[in-house]
Design a binder for this molecule. Structure first.
Ligand code: FE2
Length: 421
């Protein structure tokens, strides 16, 4: 197939993109190459922006659609959400079919909004690892239209949950892409450190990436991020290391940040930030209410890799997610004080290239000859317009095949004074 008349980031003019056997071929100035003989699959971008598909760097697909399954989260806190999730499990409501069907629906919703790559955390504090089995099956079943990475995530801790260590290793051995943790929820700081050491041990033993829920708490004394940085520097594993959420960083004193940031850079720690989720969950009962989101601008300007994620699609933690990363991006730019020209011009990086780096797929990601042909056509011409207009995704291509097309939004005017001339 071909995509014709595309606007591409960093290039002047319009371009035709050839796709052969699922791989990008030549990218040439518009109109300069011969169309395929059977060119029924050609898509005319008509000058619109074509970018690689969005990357959701952090979501919990296994929780999708469980908001209100037992009861709703009335306090809006992370602690009540965690309690509700535990109740859902105790009442036997979390079954293979329930997780699979809801996660599939969530993946379809996210892909319809332009996502092509998802890193999903999956709870391993289940005695039979039901959710993990469902997500591993789903990862395989949907690979023609979305690439899912699975993170073994011990929601109810590694050390306090019965057999938590064994369950986490069992999960990793089943073929996940990354191992996670929740050090700030362990019983003591010492347990949190021990859990991180264990997570790094598992990553080394099984050769998987690390993606830890780190310091997702309104507590400036929660400093597991420095432990992650120290372990990453000491162990020097050949895997990516990501700190997810990292909201306590919003409360750190400048003196501590001055020490911490160089250590994060030296350790090449990546960040997965969930702006809408943490705006909702953090700062409850605090006056004045803090923003409760990791310092996106500070981290970005220091040269650290920051990607965004949806985190939740209608679950006890956050009731209104729909997998739309442009909404997440808009919220992240607002809470990060980043509606400046410099950041708006590259805004899509937070949900494209930065996410690809977190997932370790950057070598196979991007519109370049020889790379797998994954791309989307946005109904806009710049990053700033994409944010301003929440640009619709008009075409999605995965492995060189069209996943869907969508017509641009239109409406009929009925009043003379309203209609444009
Ligand atoms: Fe999360």
């Amino acid at each position: 197939m071909d995509i014709t008349n595309a606007t591409l980031k960093g290039r002047e003019g319009h371009w035709d993109i050839r796709i052969d056997d699922g791989v990008f071929g030549a990218v040439v100035p518009a109109g300069q190459h011969a169309a395929h003989a059977d060119d029924s699959e050609s898509f005319d971008a008509a000058g619109r922006l074509v970018v690689p598909p969005f990357v959701d760097a952090h979501i919990h697909l296994d929780y999708a659609g469980t908001e209100g399954l037992t009861r709703r989260n009335e306090s809006g806190t992370l602690f009540e959400a965690t309690q509700i999730r535990a109740e859902q499990k105790e009442r036997g409501l979390i079954t293979f079919d329930q997780v699979y069907d809801n996660a599939l629906a969530a993946a379809r919703l996210a892909v319809s909004k332009g996502t092509g790559f998802i890193r999903s955390q999956v709870d391993t504090t289940e005695d039979d690892l039901t959710s993990l089995k469902a997500l591993l099956q789903l990862r395989e079943d949907v690979k023609d239209w979305v690439q899912i990475q699975v993170v073994a995530f011990p929601q109810n801790t590694v050390l306090s949950y019965p057999n938590g260590r064994e369950l986490l290793e069992q999960a990793v051995a089943m073929g996940v892409d990354a191992v996670g943790g929740v050090p700030h929820l362990e019983a003591t700081r010492e347990d949190g450190v021990a859990s991180l050491e264990y997570i790094f041990d598992l990553a080394e033993k099984y050769g998987v990436a690390i993606d830890v829920h780190c310091d997702e708490i309104d507590d400036k004394q929660s400093g597991f991020i420095e432990v992650m940085a120290a372990l990453a520097s000491q162990r020097r594993l050949d895997v990516s290391v990501t700190a997810s959420h990292a909201v306590a960083m919003a409360y750190y004193a400048e003196g501590y940040m001055a020490k911490l940031v160089p250590n994060l850079l030296a350790a090449d720690i990546h960040f997965a930030i969930c702006p809408t989720e943490n705006l909702h969950l953090q700062g409850r009962n605090m006056v004045p209410a803090p923003r409760g989101v990791a310092p996106i601008k500070r981290l970005t300007e220091a040269g650290l890799n920051v990607a965004f994620g949806q985190d939740s699609i209608a679950d006890p933690f956050y009731p209104v997610g729909e997998g739309n990363l442009l909404r997440i991006l808009e919220a992240g730019l607002h809470v990060g004080h980043m509606l400046t020209g410099q950041h708006l011009d590259q805004a899509l990086d937070f949900i494209t290239t930065h996410g690809a780096r977190n997932l370790g797929i950057e070598d196979h990601y991007g519109i370049e000859e020889g790379k797998p042909a994954h791309c989307i056509v946005l109904d806009c011409t710049t990053d700033q317009e994409a944010v301003q207009h929440q640009a619709a995704v008009l075409c999605s291509v995965h492995h060189g095949r069209t996943v869907f097309t969508r017509r641009p939004e239109s409406y009929e005017t009925r009043m003379d004074g309203f209609a444009s001339s």
